[in-house]
Structures are given as C-alpha cells and as structure tokens.
Design a protein around this ligand. Structure first.
Ligand code: G16
Length: 565
C-alpha cells in the first residue's frame, strides 16, 4: 500500500515538568499521558536527543504490552518518527511485542533503537499506568547519559514535527505500508524471538519433559503480552496443554489485575502451587521481562533462581557454545550468585538496580548471566531481562537432570526443589526477603532516607551491636557504581548496611512507581548449616533492626509492608 508524499506539520507545544525517566523509562498515570502533547513531547525529545544524522534513514522497532493507550501512542510515534526522518518502523502485530522480543528484534534487524510502550508490572487501564522507554541499538535500555539528554530536551521543547498523513489504525494484518521515504512493516510478534529461543535451548528435550506424565507445568501470563508467546512457544511448539495456560489473553487493564509476578499479585497460581497441584508454576509480568518460578509447595527466590541457573549453565546449549564469561547481579539482590562465581572462577560484577547497567558488560564480552531480586533473570542473548527465557532455562535444567529418568518410566523425577536444595547444600543458602511499602507519602519517605543517609555519612552506625551482640555493623554506604566499561559514575543507588557476619540490609526508593513513593527494604543473610528454615523466621532479627534504624513507622505511618517477597 502506498500513501504518497509525507505531509509534515510543525506544531507548537509547551513544556511539561517531571518527564524524567525512572529506573526503566517514563511511567505515569494514563491521564497524565492523555494531556495535550504530553506523549508527543517525550517522543519528539527522544529524536531531539539523538544525533540527527543517525536518525535520518534509520530503522526503529515499536511495540508494547497491549495496555490501555498503547494503540493511540503507536499512531503518535508513527507520525513523529516519519517527520524526523526515520526510514522504517517495524511494529508488532496488533501493536504487541514483549520487551525481550523487542530486544531480539532490534539486534537481529540491526535497528537504531526501539520505543517500548509499557509500564511493565504496574496496573493498566484508563485509571492505571502507562509507560514509554527508549532502547538503543544493542537492544537494551538507554543508559543514563541518553535518558538524561532526553529529559533535558523535555525541559526546553518548543515544537513537535508530525507527518499528518501517516496512520495505520488496523495493525492486525502482517504487511508493509509505504509513503515516500518512509514505511511501516507489521511483523509477527513471536517469530524472531522463537528463532532465538530455538537456538538457545534443545526444544526436543523440552518437549520430552513436558509430554512426560510425571511432570506438570502451569503458566500464568497475568493477562500481559506473554500470553501470545506462551501459546505459541509453550503450547504449539513444546506441547503443553492449553488448559495449563492461564490469563493468556492480553488485556488492556490486565483483567483488572496487577501484572506483577510475585506472591501477592499472582494469587491464583500461588494458591494452586501451595496446594501441590503442579510440579512447576511460572508467571510473567505485563511486558514479559519478569518471571516468578514456583515448585510444588515451594517458592523459588529470584536471587536463588539466577544462582542455580548459573551453576547449571552447562545444561543449556547456548552456554555450552559461548561458555560463561562472567556473572552479575544488582546490588540489592542476594549474594547467592557470588558463591557460584567464586566456585566457577569467573568474573563477578555488582551493579545498581536497573537492567541498563548490565548492557555495557555484555557488549564488552564480560558477562553471560545476570539477575535481579525484582524477578528479573537474563543473559547476553539479548539486552533485556527475559521472563520466558528463565522458564525455558529451568525446563532445560530439569530435562537435562532427568535425562535418564525420562527414559525409565518407573523412576521418580528430580524436582525443581530437589535441585535448589542440592544447590544450598553445595554453596550454602542466602536467606533473603524484600519488604515493599507502596505508595507511601513521598515527603515521609524522603525524610526517612535522609535521616538514614545522615547516620551513614556520620559513621555513627559503625560498631553498633544488636541482639546480644550477634549483629555488629561493620560497613555502611550510599552505593555508587563505577562502570568499568564506559567509566561513568552512578551515585545514590541505595543505602547499604553490612554486618560482621556478612548480613546486609539495604534501603531504596523504587524508581518505577507513578505516584507517591515506594520504599523497599532488602534483607540478606548467609547460612551454611541451617538450610531449610522459614526465611521470615530466619531473618526476623535483621528485619527488626532495619525497622528500628529507619524509624519507618514514625516517618510513614505504615505498620506493615504491602508486599513481602
Ligand atoms: C525495572 C528494571 C529492573 C529493575 C526494576 C526495579 O523493572 O527494568 O531492572 O530491577 O525496575 O524497580 P524499582 O526501582 O521499582 O525497585 P521493570 O520490570 O519494571 O521494567
């Protein structure tokens, strides 16, 4: 189809304050995005922040998690991209592309970048959240130097350019739409990602495991974008019965749910797994980059998940080919991965919270597998965390460990929790928990963090002892990261308190919320002997110390966290 010459109009606009991208893009309530030119300003600012000679004639990928406002936003991006000289846009069918699929498309098609339309795990719908994020040519989130440049542009923007005659409202049919010097191609949302997964895993081994009557799997897409991937990959390709997929129709408001795969917001799956109905249960978030994995009556902590995957890297065909170049975790993630890195004698890195910090290490060939406590796991196959990849990793590890058992119908299969317990026996266990206090008053949260920072900077905490002197503070700081590749410095990345036994308490304000503030407190305690305790019990003294030191209740009025992981 041909649309002729582009009709470009320049439109005057006014500056909106507060368009600073957070941990992962700009996330606000939908109603804020619906203000006149609010989204348009941000999109134009992306192009203004990039060198114009790069933008001219470039290829971009656009897609999102299907949440409310996605469809309108896609049309705005088409118009602004065309007017700014972009040559071609690849957009997912029906506008749908998971965050990992976008990363794989950018890399395989050598696009200049991508615009992702998602607020990830935040609720959607007209009263929920919307988000927009710019990814660079390596397929990963833009680094802070670029997001800061975009933000600066939003503060001085005066005009927006738009190609008024560019519009493809019906994104359901795969095909190409052309104008003079500009085109839009609607691509299958799954093909490119599926090809990559087939290259990473042994699909025939996975099929064998899934078809075995002794192994049952349940997958919950939480009404996010992963539903379309799960149907094609888990069901059509790997043979999982469609009855074992739940919430796999993407919905604009996630069926009125909160698409955050954790113990609080995935109650249906958690309940089934607690009742022991399945051997493995998995969930992913709105845009498909997060994952939660459960065993039969067993919660797999994300910090343990990445450590076990790393320890079993030889089970995964991709790593058999590439080897293990290095391991990394975000600072608040438990230290479980470090024990694996030491044992395998591979380089280890600790970066701030945010997947963007892993990209440089991967591009430099120094990092293979990484993870975050926030249900994010991934590798250098792309530059985003990857929910379905983590599920396939676990299936591959299970298939590999059960190779002999799978051909002997009377043998008992090794379970997910067997593998994790063996891991603890070998490496010791990092008991871990995170407390989230969501949407607290921002002023109270800031004051609490300031008071903690003051105690840290004055060094008054060093030497303080708690609980019959079992815990003594030996180090504390305001985490700062020196990127070993581009030498950039990222400051104020969380307050750390370290004890003489290696235990850690970390305080951070979330960078992904859209209103008020969310306080996160993380607890990490290593044990080599008692391996099967309840984490909340095991960590109770540390939790007590953290609440005491921060005076959280006094500053926020909150007695209980909303979410405990
Ligand atoms: C985003 C980032 C993650 C990060 C998380 C932290 O996740 O991509 O790398 O760990 O935010 O969130 P917060 O700042 O709220 O603790 P997502 O899945 O929301 O894109």
């Amino acid at each position: 189809m041909t649309g002729g010459k582009l009709i470009i109009k320049e439109i005057e606009t006014k500056v909106y304050q507060g368009q600073k991208p957070g941990t992962s893009g700009l996330r606000k309530r939908v109603v804020e995005f619906q203000q006149e030119n609010y989204l348009d300003n941000f999109v134009q600012s992306i192009f203004n922040a990039l060198p114009s000679e790069q933008v001219k004639g470039s290829l971009f990928v656009v897609g999102g998690d299907g949440r409310y406002f996605n469809k309108d936003a896609i049309q705005v991006i088409f118009k602004i991209a065309a007017a700014n000289g972009v040559r071609k846009i690849l957009v997912g069918q029906n506008g749908l592309l998971s965050t990992p699929a976008i990363s794989s498309l950018v890399r395989s098609k050598q696009a200049l970048g991508a615009i992702l339309l998602t607020a990830s795990h935040n609720p959607g719908g007209p009263k929920g959240d919307f988000g927009i994020k710019y990814n660079i040519s390596n397929g990963g989130p833009a680094p802070e130097s670029i997001t800061n440049a975009i933000y600066q542009q939003t503060l001085s923007i005066k005009t927006i350019v738009k190609a008024e005659n560019v519009e493809v409202r019906d994104l359901s049919k795969i095909g190409v739409y052309e104008w003079d010097g500009f085109s839009i191609e609607i691509v299958d949302s799954i093909d490119c990602y599926l090809t990559l997964m087939k290259d990473i895993f042994n699909f025939s081994q996975l099929r064998q495991l899934i078809s075995d009557k002794r192994f049952t799997l349940k997958f919950d897409a939480m009404s996010g974008v992963t539903g379309v991937y799960a149907k094609r990959i888990l069901s059509q390709e790997l043979g999982l019965s469609i009855d074992n997929l739940i919430n796999c129709e993407p919905s604009e408001d996630f069926n009125n749910g909160h698409p955050d795969p954790n113990l609080t917001y995935a109650p249906l799956l958690v309940d089934m797994m607690n009742k022991g109905l399945f051997d493995m249960g998995c969930a992913s978030d709105g845009d498909g980059d997060r994952n939660m994995i459960l065993g039969n009556k067993f919660f797999l902590n994300p910090s343990d998940s990445v450590a076990v995957i790393a320890a079993n890297y030889k089970s995964i065909p991709y790593f058999q080919k590439t080897g293990l170049k290095g391991l990394a975790r975000s600072m608040p993630t438990s230290a479980a991965l470090e024990h694996v890195a030491k044992s395998l004698q591979v380089p280890f890195f600790e970066v701030p919270t945010g997947w963007k910090f892993f990209g440089n290490l991967m591009d430099a060939g120094q990092l293979s597998i990484c993870g975050e406590e926030s249900f994010g796991t991934g590798s250098d196959h792309i530059r985003e965390k990857d929910g379905l990849w983590a599920v396939l990793c676990w299936l591959q590890i299970l298939a590999d460990r059960n190779q002999t058992q799978l051909s002997n119908p009377n043998d008992k299969l090794v379970s997910l929790q067997d593998i994790v317990r063996e891991h603890w026996e070998k490496f010791g266990r990092n008991y871990y928990s995170r407390y989230d206090y969501e949407e607290v008053d921002a002023k109270g949260a800031d004051e609490m963090m300031k008071s903690l920072l003051q105690q840290i900077q004055s060094k008054s905490l060093i030497g303080r002892k708690f609980h019959q002197d079992v815990y003594e503070i030996v180090e504390c700081d305001d985490f700062e990261y020196f990127d070993p590749i581009d030498k950039s410095v990222s400051s104020h990345q969380g307050l750390r308190i370290k004890f003489s036994d290696g235990s850690r308490i970390i305080y951070r304000l979330s960078g992904t919320g859209s209103s008020g503030a969310t306080i996160r407190i993380y607890f990490d305690k290593y044990d080599k002997v008692s391996l099967l305790n309840d984490p909340q019990q095991h960590l109770k003294d540390l939790i007590h110390i953290a609440l005491d030191l921060s005076k959280l209740q006094q500053y926020t009025g909150r007695n209980e966290p909303n979410v405990i992981t």
